[in-house]
Design a protein around this ligand. Structure first.
Ligand SMILES: [Zn+2]
Length: 485
């Protein structure tokens, strides 16, 4: 397996340091609903985890929650609520979104919150002061960037190039404008914790160092995040962790995902062009959102588009249609080995999910052709479903097939959404389908068309096939609407 390491700027062979792969991914600052940019990052690292487990690696995963931050304090003040309440609300909202997107939480995963890890954070800051890498000033503590000769090795910039992000932060008490805060003295009215340097709160960068040290040890295998975190956040994490432990490298493989764009622009809070995960889920299935994200390489930027998501939704229907079509079960058996190999090859090459998905769609086409030709496709369908579900994290819910007896024809009822249809609703729909069949027999085309059109408007699609009528529920109509029809 090869993966692209931001640190070396090259694809490298993957060789974890111990018998379990230790992964740390930077988590959210919960001050608002998560958006598609978050979906992209966490879906990608979910697939990476899934694939490593699929290849029989043991994985230990840690992802923080930055539940105290300037943004949280500002937003809470605007709403006149305590910062902790705001953070809790949006942490919950984030968890709901991740669950909806089928992002797994394994039992061995840890999701620590900054506010619950203050003792470890203080320990690391104190250690950095003791070694001369940090100094207290004016109730805050700063990291001496120029003391670390390796600073800049991840973002591949020189110190002078980096005279940017941190320079504006912190007051005159800094020894050097490059220095960044490890601990921030609290202003009146702000939440604070006691520390050897007075009342204050941790800086963002130190949290990640402290939590990965605590839960994953001094040196880890993979650290992930968006490309926007390379500098200064991840550069600072390296400086802090390596200076504290004296061990290099802190992280063996740095993986960074591309960012989501809307048209030409980056999707961001400040540009006001965010699409939240909740908004996207109102229109598209979780599988479609995952396919849309995984259909481009994780290191490339992803341009959000409705057309792209609609195409992904069609792709989902195609995969499900193939995965759950009837198996003619003939004597000849469809062989998936070459597809399976290609899929693994794609994923082994720096998690090339776009190529992997392409292989799944080719496999789906081949299964359909084989099925049409009377070849047994059951085993191939299982392969398709297991790669889709286990590795790519698709839900691929099984359509519900219910064969209902009507006097003259057998109806095949199929639902593509994981929805529950109340009995009274399905009884009313069946009555209407029956009425429509009768109308057609009596050549009352007008009423027959009307029934079909109105049912479609209500989210129930009728399709006439050789064997009868297929009924697809895209949504559940109300009892009243059906009675008035
Ligand atoms: Zn981080």
């Amino acid at each position: 397996m090869k993966l692209y390491n931001t640190l070396s700027g090259k694809k490298e062979d993957f060789e974890p340091q111990g018998d379990e792969v230790r992964i740390y991914v930077c988590g959210v600052t919960p001050y608002d609903d998560a958006h598609i940019g978050h979906a992209m990052s966490y879906v990608i690292f979910d697939v990476i985890r899934r694939y490593l487990r699929f290849r029989d690696y043991k994985v230990k995963y840690v992802q923080n929650v930055t539940d105290i931050d300037d943004k949280i304090i500002d937003r809470a003040n605007q709403r006149d609520i305590p910062p902790a309440e705001l953070a809790e609300k949006y942490t919950k909202s984030y968890d709901e979104d991740m669950k909806a997107l089928n992002i797994t939480k394994a039992e061995t995963d840890v999701y620590p919150k900054a506010t619950e890890e203050i003792p470890k954070i203080i320990e690391v800051i104190q250690g950095l002061i003791d070694k001369g890498f940090a100094y207290p000033a004016g109730g805050s503590v700063y990291f001496r960037v120029r003391k670390d000769p390796d600073y800049g090795k991840l973002s591949h910039r020189s110190l002078d190039d980096m005279m940017s992000a941190e320079c504006a932060i912190g007051g005159d008490e800094k020894e050097d404008p490059m220095d960044f805060a490890l601990w921030k003295a609290s202003k009146p009215g702000e939440p604070f914790w006691e520390s050897p340097w007075g009342e204050g709160r941790p800086g963002w960068h130190i949290e990640c160092s402290a939590m990965s040290l605590k839960y994953l040890g001094d040196q880890i295998d993979i650290h992930g995040g968006g490309q926007d975190l390379i500098f200064p956040h991840h550069e600072n994490e390296i400086a802090q962790s390596e200076s504290f432990t004296g061990k290099k490298p802190f992280v063996k493989y740095w993986l960074h995902n591309g960012l989501v764009q809307l048209g030409e622009d980056k999707m961001s809070k400040s540009l006001g062009n965010l699409v939240t995960i909740k908004q996207a889920l109102e229109k598209y299935s979780p599988d479609a959102i995952r396919i849309f994200i995984l259909n481009s390489h994780y290191r490339s930027p992803l341009t959000y588009s409705e057309e792209g998501l609609e195409a992904a939704e069609k792709g989902v229907q195609r995969l499900r249609g193939t995965a759950f079509r009837d198996d003619p079960g003939g004597g000849k058996v469809f062989d998936t080995e070459s597809y399976y190999k290609q899929f693994i090859e794609a994923m082994d090459d720096d998690f090339n999910t776009a190529k992997g998905l392409g292989v799944l769609f080719e496999l789906a086409n081949a299964i359909n052709q084989a099925g049409d030709a009377g070849v047994s496709i059951g085993k191939a369908q299982s392969t398709l479903v297991s790669l889709g579900r286990e590795v790519l994290g698709l839900k691929l819910p099984e359509p519900k097939n219910v064969i209902i007896e009507v006097p003259t024809l057998k109806l095949k009822i199929r639902t593509y959404a994981p929805i529950v249809i109340p009995e009274i609703v399905s009884a009313l729909v069946n009555q209407l389908v029956e009425e429509r069949l009768k109308c057609r027999k009596e050549k009352n085309w007008q009423r027959a068309d009307e029934i079909r059109k109105k049912l479609t408007e209500l989210g129930v699609v009728l399709e006439d096939t050789q064997s009868g009528t297929d009924v697809t529920y895209k949504s559940v109509p109300s009892e009243e609407a059906l009675k008035n029809l």
